[in-house]
Design a protein around this ligand. Structure first.
Ligand code: ARG
Length: 422
């Protein structure tokens, strides 16, 4: 009997190959999906086979990931709990769908993944796999055996499975949209991460450029189409979007931009200290959000924030295929009709901010906004407006006597002070 295993080449999934083989007696078919993690895919295939996989698939899904997962995230300003750009969360449903494809091809409905029972990834894999293949059986050896990382490392040692030295220090997951570093010393939430946790972002003060750098991002209907000179649709090989994001990761990372360090609420109720590197995600989302502020009305912006929060929560918690996602995406797409224009991000020694933005659909009107001459705004209109705007607050305070009391207190205090000092 065959099982299709989502295989990354890391510790969990390598242990899983051998476990499925020895303890369950399966023929293991491994599936490695390239979502821009930048690993040596040939080496991963060889490793899978050396450990015991009977067959291996490498699937290049980079462009699909960029187009169908990362771009919607940009439009949604997708940041879970206001911080995490959802890199891992976005890739899981795509990986799960490729594993299901392979299982169909291999004529099996037994699927496997290397997730533990403590994280979010099991939620994302299980739900997507069941949604796409309702008949499937899902085996998660690490979760099922309640294995800890130490037990896994010991099992790997006994079975002659090589463990990379980095895997002994951290649990890493990375793709085009970001890099998550977990475990080891990072679990002490009260301590700053060691510098060796970081690979994408320059954390060495001596290596940071002394001059500031700029990123010029051009958006069309809410998605970036060019960053500096790198165009998403350039060479016609369908790789443009991927290259553009890789370019942004490299550049912002060089300026020390892109680290996230926060406390995150996992789906299973655990609070965890999460550390990420996501230079492209942070800069592009910030630029996108700033462009939206230029072209959307205040009403659109306020309502969209609610949608963004819900969108991020659904993606985080493994509900990519929940029908509400499609509804939210339709709303978001509708808001993006005029989100076209140019944004400049300035970066300097780990800090970044938007310093310029423009759009043919800009609602910013210098004539209205200016405090200088040439103003087109009739200030006499403001008086009546302000009176009506505050009307209910003023009435409520009068009826409840609140304002009066506070006012009297303050008058009394003032009188005391005056008499004491005077
Ligand atoms: N906390 C992040 C998330 O839930 C990162 C997970 C990283 N996964 C991993 N297997 N190391 O999306």
């Amino acid at each position: 009997m065959r099982v299709a295993l989502a295989y990354s080449g890391g510790l969990d999934t390598s242990v899983a190959i051998r476990w499925l083989q020895v303890k369950y007696g399966y023929d293991v078919v491994t599936v490695t999906v390239d979502v821009g993690q930048g690993d040596d895919l040939k080496a991963i295939e060889e490793r899978a086979k050396a450990i015991g996989a009977v067959k291996h698939y490498t699937i290049d899904a980079r462009e699909e990931f960029a187009r169908d997962y990362v771009m919607p995230c940009i439009k949604a300003n997708g940041l879970y709990e206001g911080k995490y750009p959802l890199a891992t969360a976005l890739a899981r449903p795509l990986i799960a769908s490729k594993v299901v494809d392979v299982a169909r091809k291999e004529g099996t409905d037994v699927l496997a993944h290397g997730c533990t029972g403590k994280g979010n990834d099991q939620v994302r894999f299980d739900i997507t796999m069941r949604a796409l293949m309702p008949s499937c059986t899902i085996i998660a050896p690490i979760r099922d055996m309640n294995m800890t990382r130490d037990v896994e490392i010991e099992f790997a040692r006994r079975e002659g499975i090589e463990v990379a030295s980095e895997a002994k220090r951290y649990s890493i997951d990375q793709n085009l949209w970001g890099r998550a570093i977990e475990g080891g010393s990072l679990e002490s939430a009260d301590k700053e991460p060691d510098a060796d946790a970081f690979r994408w972002v320059n954390v060495d003060p001596k290596l940071l450029p002394d001059d500031s750098g700029y990123m010029h991002i051009e958006f069309d209907h809410g998605i970036p189409v060019a960053i500096d000179g790198v165009r998403a649709d350039d060479d016609g090989d369908g790789r443009g979007m991927v290259e553009m994001i890789e370019y942004a990761n490299e550049k912002a990372g060089r300026y020390g931009v892109g680290i996230i360090d926060h406390i995150e609420d996992r789906v299973v109720g655990i609070k965890s200290r999460e550390v990420y590197e996501a230079p492209a995600a942070l800069t592009i989302i910030e630029a996108h959000r700033e462009l939206e502020k230029l072209v959307l009305t205040s009403h659109q912006l306020r309502f969209k924030q609610l949608v963004e929060q819900q969108w991020s929560m659904l993606v985080y918690s493994g509900l990519w295929l929940e029908p509400l996602m499609a509804d939210l995406n339709r709303f978001i797409d509708s808001t993006q009709e005029y989100v076209s224009g140019k944004v400049t991000v300035k970066m300097y020694k780990g800090a970044f901010r938007v310093v310029a933005r423009s759009s043919p659909y800009s609602l910013y009107d210098e004539g209205l906004a200016t405090y200088g001459k040439g103003s087109t705004f009739d200030q006499s209109l403001a008086r009546g407006f302000v009176e009506l705007w505050g009307l209910q607050s003023i009435v409520a305070n009068r009826v409840r006597g609140i304002q009066t009391h506070h006012h009297e207190d303050r008058v009394m205090q003032g009188v005391d002070e005056v008499s004491m000092h005077g």
